[in-house]
Every structure is written in C-alpha cells, then in structure tokens.
Write a new protein. Structure first.
Length: 229
C-alpha cells in the first residue's frame, strides 16, 4: 500500500498545480490533500480518524480560509441581511469556514443520530463527524453538503457491491450451514445476513468525495455583485 499512497499523493499534487497554478489556493489545497490522504488511508486500514489530524486540520482550514475563502456567498449574504454591510474580506473567509465546519458536522451527526434511532445501533463514529468539521472549514457550507451527499452515495454503491460479491462468492457458507442445522434459518438467509453485516469506513468515502469536490467545485464562487450594489 505504501508506494500506492505515495503515487496517489504525487498525482494529487500535480492535479492541484494543474487546477490552481502557482497561487495561495494551491498551498491551501496541497495541505488539504495531505490531510485527506492520511485520513482516507487510516480509516480504510484501521477504522480510525485520528483527532491529531482532524482538529489541527480544522484550525488550518479556518486559517487558510482567511486568505483563500470557500466563496460560498453565505457569510456575505448573512452580513448584508443582519447588519446591512460587509465586514473585512478575511473575516468573511473565517466566518464561511466556521459555518462550513458547523454545517457539515451537524448534518452528519444528525444523520448518525437518526440511524441509531431507526436501527438501534451505531451507524458511524464521531470520527466521521470531526472529519467533516475539518472538511467543512476548508470547503464551506455548499461543498461540505455536496461532499456528504457524494460520499454517502459512493459508500452505498460500493457497499452493496461488496455485499453482493461476498454473497456470490460463498462467504460464511460453513458457518451458515452449522447455524441452519440448529434451526436458525435457511443457509441462504444466514449467508445474506452475514454478508450484510460487513462494515465499510465512511471516512474513506468522505475523503474521496472531498477530493472530487475540491477539484470540481472549489474554483466556483457565488456572484454577489447585484446584491452588493
């Protein structure tokens, strides 16, 4: 895995250069790439999203956003609506980062709480929530929302494919046969239950989605020209 991670990181660095050139934005997104690669691979290997990465990453996202803001247009819109004027641009960038962190984390936390209420068991850990605090600080509200949608979609599609492959490949057949002889159900029912219990790391798919969103959407900004006039 090590050379693959190094290769992927190098290709992502080249992608940042091609997308953003030599600029302040490139520095921000290179830092973001490093954080996301660490979290994505760590969650895939050991099902862990370390606080030592997510919390400093959140602080870095807020700091970088003072110079390269997410450009959601939400912070300027709120300022105009509430105070009828705009604060300094760097302050707006920080506000957009904080709004993105709050929105991304609370949305994912709410989804986790709803899952636990419906299913009666944990569906994701708080590490995913803290990861979205960091991602939201870099990407802002709009792109944090897209990251969650895309990440959960990727995870769902891949998860269903893995379950189907495990079932088709005969995973758990011997265990299912023993359980069936004890009257716990048919072999196929038990095998499907075993395959469906396989857990995938959501953080890995959130990381992949965050990188896609960074390259596809981070160059876009909201035009507030008519509102400012």
């Amino acid at each position: 895995m090590y050379p693959l991670v190094e290769l992927a990181t190098g290709l992502l660095f080249v992608g940042c250069f091609l997308q953003f050139g030599i600029s302040q934005a490139t520095v921000k997104w290179l830092f973001f790439v490093c954080l996301i690669v660490i979290l994505t691979v760590t969650d895939l290997r050991v099902r862990l999203l370390p606080d030592v990465i997510t919390w400093p990453g959140f602080a870095a996202g807020v700091l970088f956003s003072a110079f390269v803001p997410p450009n959601d247009g939400i912070a300027p819109g709120l300022s105009l609506m509430l105070f009828h004027k705009l604060p300094p641009e760097r302050f707006l960038g920080v506000i957009e980062a904080l709004l993105g962190a709050a929105f991304g984390s609370f949305l994912l936390w709410g989804a986790a709480a709803l899952y636990k209420l419906v299913r009666g068991r944990e569906g994701m850990g708080m590490g995913d929530v803290k990861m979205m605090i960091m991602v939201g600080a870099f990407l802002g509200v709009r792109n944090a929302f897209i990251t969650i949608l895309l990440g959960t979609l990727l995870g769902s599609v891949f998860g269903m494919a893995v379950i189907a492959i495990m079932y088709a490949g005969g995973a758990g057949r011997k265990l299912a046969e023993r359980a069936s002889r004890r009257g716990l159900g048919t072999v196929n029912q038990i095998r499907w239950l075993i395959a469906s219990q396989y857990h995938l790391p959501l953080g890995t798919f959130l990381g992949i989605a965050a990188l896609i969103v960074m390259f596809v959407f981070s160059s876009f900004s909201i035009d507030l020209g008519p509102r400012l006039r």
